[in-house]
Write a protein that binds this ligand. Structure first.
Ligand code: KG4
Ligand code: ZN
Length: 399
């Protein structure tokens, strides 16, 4: 039996091995004491995406050291912990297994309660993380981080909230009635936004993951150069689809004439450097326009309390009150152009965009798992039987 210490501010070791980052973090309430992310990017680069068996092997090799570093950086040890938290899903089954197996062993060995977490809930709540004053370097970053700390402390939680999760695996509009009660109002029916940036980046030989490279190149490009359709304007719900944009990208690249041909085996980029930058700017804009178009439609309908008839959620399931806050999470949330496009869309609705205090909290990381576990801890939602915990690769956040 685990020892339960009834603190309101639990010290939690969190583990996330949902995809290609092995991460461990120590959180105290919503304060991040450490957040170690061991990236496997170099391993998967040659495959242009995550290779599950390699990911599993790398998680196995990295997990002990990652946990050790997280505890050391937080200046704590296993005995001082109040609980252990681990991502149960969604994610890659072989990858999830490693984190779960390790968390079970540690929870048993140190008699700690174990809390199972939904990775998407972690992304959705990541804006709530606060930096630890203790870990701040004595430099400019200190005042910056303290400003953000103050900003967030003044930011009282007001429900209902709309969380926009934009990652490599998911693109979802999540209605938060309160912490722990979620409804998916719309989501991608095929590729996720990050996945689509990665796939088109691959066509342009930009490496993996391509999202951040696309963002950088887009800054030097003209977004008007290549024309993309706006998907799903006739569908009356709030779902998204990125696969059509991907096909349009493929056709455009193949049909573009250029002086410098850089075709290499298996890859198709025929664009020169300026064309590539223009392409990134145009494609990124198309992806973000699709998201903001659907967001605008959703907020407009929510304000009228009149959701599209084919939306899976009925207006009666929602609170009467209008959306109070907009939160952004997931790997693509690090993108400044996406943030700007969302802010622009939110302005007429009088809503501000709330983002995590650091970009590290956007991508996969265990700190978001630890702070989500804190809310479960408050509701005593640790596992009663540790052995029953199994990975759920398709776990949904919806009620
Ligand atoms: O949340 P995340 O780390 O993993 C998943 O849960 O999927 O998201 C990874 C995704 C990748 O597709 C990556 O290309 C994208 O986030 N990404 C970005 C940026 N940074 C990461 N996309 C656009 N701009 C960025 N700055
Ligand atoms: Zn993720």
């Amino acid at each position: 039996m685990p020892t339960i210490n009834k603190t309101n501010n639990p010290l939690i070791l969190a583990i996330d091995t949902s995809c290609d980052e092995t991460s461990a973090a120590v959180t105290k309430g919503v304060i991040v004491l450490s957040n170690v992310v061991a990236s496997q990017v170099d391993l998967h680069k040659n495959y242009g995406g995550v290779y599950p068996t390699l990911a599993k092997q790398a998680h196995k090799e990295n997990i002990d050291l990652t946990i050790k570093k997280a505890l050391a950086m937080a200046k704590t040890n296993f005995n001082k912990l109040n609980a252990i938290a681990v991502t149960q899903g969604p994610g890659l089954a072989p990858a999830l297994e490693i984190g779960i197996a390790k968390a079970k062993i540690l929870a048993k060995q140190y008699k700690k309660p174990l809390i199972a977490i939904n990775h998407i809930e972690g992304h959705a709540l990541s804006v709530l993380a606060k930096p630890s004053r203790r870990n701040l370097p004595k430099s400019l970053t200190q005042s910056l981080a303290q400003n953000s700390l103050k900003h967030q402390q003044n930011q009282a939680l007001k429900f209902p909230i709309l969380a926009i999760v934009v990652s490599g695996g998911h693109t979802q509009f999540i209605y938060i009635k309160k912490i722990g009660q979620y409804l998916i109002l719309g989501q991608s029916i095929d590729d996720a936004a990050g996945e689509s940036l990665d796939k088109v980046g691959r066509m342009l030989e930009l490496g993996y993951p391509a999202g951040p490279v696309v963002e950088q190149l887009a800054k030097q490009g003209n977004p008007q150069t290549y024309k993309f359709p706006l998907p799903m304007t006739t569908s009356k719900n709030y779902n998204l689809s990125f696969s059509g944009l991907k096909t349009a990208a493929l056709n455009l690249i193949n049909n573009t004439n250029c002086a410098v041909s850089r075709v290499s085996p298996g890859l198709i980029n025929r664009l020169n450097a300026q064309q590539t930058a223009d392409f990134c700017a145009s494609y990124q804009q198309a992806v973000f326009k699709h998201i903001t178009y659907k967001l605008k439609k959703l907020l407009t309908d929510l304000n009228k309390n009149h959701l599209a008839p084919n939306c899976v959620i009925k207006p009666s399931q929602l609170d009467r009150q209008a959306i109070q806050q907009i939160w952004l999470g997931g790997g693509v949330a690090a993108n400044i152009a996406l943030r700007a496009a969302l802010r622009q869309t939110l302005k007429p609705f009088g809503l501000k965009l709330i983002t995590p205090y650091s970009k590290k909290l956007c991508g996969d990381n265990a700190a978001m798992i630890g702070l989500t576990a804190f809310f479960k801890w408050q509701n005593k939602k640790w596992l009663r039987n540790i052995d029953q915990l199994d990975r759920e690769p398709r776990l949904s956040i919806s009620l």
